[in-house]
Design a protein around this ligand. Structure first.
Ligand code: SAM
Length: 274
């Protein structure tokens, strides 16, 4: 199968699977429903499958793209006053610098090879974000929305669910892309819980006192997911502390809800978490 699309040789190392399905593109733009005064940032505009329709609705768009050939093509297609191109790696991009204008909305058909690290990178800007709309590998979306007690439950589920209300919007088959990926895809919307003020669902769990400690606790708990918490958290939380938080020391990380981790982190922080 040819990896040449519109004269561009698709690069596997940049996760380049370009959207070619007009119905799916239309459905994604409808889900985003951009408003002229929004500050919209697209990660990985590529050949412009979403960029074009977004610019039909917005006076201005920001994009972050790593591929120099694609950056050259984007520069030729749209003038700088319509399209601001941040050339470089989205994993190192400071999305916070774009906050302060209209609602900060980040969208993209993400490069699947870096989607996990990218989602963790974006957690750092959750306070500044209005919402996120992303195309991802379906298996990643399954992990993002996984409930306690299911095998897909992991660090990604807990950390994202702590910060965001997550909605699976639509499933997308491989044929919607060129070249077609080997996996199924899905589009999701993430809204920071603080966005409840904008009419979303109310915040479902308390705000943790020490966010860094919470992140460390969740990472440690899932580092050896098959083991009991009294073992994986050794040196961080002992059985007495787990029990004080209402958590069985024999439980495994995947059984815990977000609120359990919050309670444990708060107890740890008041006990001078080590
Ligand atoms: N938006 C286009 C579409 O839907 O057809 C392209 C999507 S393609 C799956 C992923 C895009 O992300 C490519 O344009 C690729 O060059 C870009 N990309 C890959 N890694 C990146 C990174 N670390 N930072 C920014 N862009 C990246």
């Amino acid at each position: 199968m040819s990896r040449r699309i519109e004269g561009h040789a698709a690069r596997r190392r940049f996760g380049q699977n370009f959207l070619v399905d007009a119905d799916i593109i239309h459905a994604i733009i409808a889900a985003i429903a951009p408003r002229a005064d929004d500050t919209v940032v697209e990660i990985g505009p590529g050949l412009g499958a979403l960029t074009g329709p977004l610019l039909e609705r917005l006076p201005h768009l920001q994009v972050v793209e790593i591929d120099r050939d694609l950056i050259g093509r984007l520069r030729q297609r749209w003038p700088a006053e319509r399209l601001t191109i941040h050339a470089g790696d989205a994993l190192a991009f400071d999305f916070g610098q774009l906050a302060g204008g209209g609602r900060l909305r980040i969208v993209g058909n993400l490069p699947y090879n870096i989607s996990g690290p990218l989602l963790f990178h974006l957690l750092g800007f959750a306070h500044a974000i209005h919402d996120l709309h992303f195309m991802l590998q379906k298996e990643v979306v399954d992990r993002m929305v996984a409930a306690p007690g299911t095998t897909d439950r992991g660090r990604l589920s807990v950390m994202l669910q702590y910060h965001f209300h997550i909605e699976r919007l639509l499933d997308v088959p491989p044929e919607s892309f060129a070249p077609a990926p080997k996996v199924d895809s899905a589009v999701v919307r993430l809204m920071p819980w603080r966005g409840a003020a904008a009419g979303a669902t109310a915040h479902p769990h308390p705000v943790v006192r020490d966010a860094a400690l919470f992140a460390r606790l969740v990472a440690s708990a899932f580092a050896q997911r098959r083991k009991m918490l009294r073992n994986t958290l050794r040196g961080l939380a002992d059985s007495a502390l787990l029990e004080a938080a209402g958590i069985a020391p024999t439980a495994r990380a995947e059984e815990l809800g977000v609120a359990d981790f919050v309670r444990l982190a708060d107890l740890l922080s008041t006990h001078g978490g080590r």
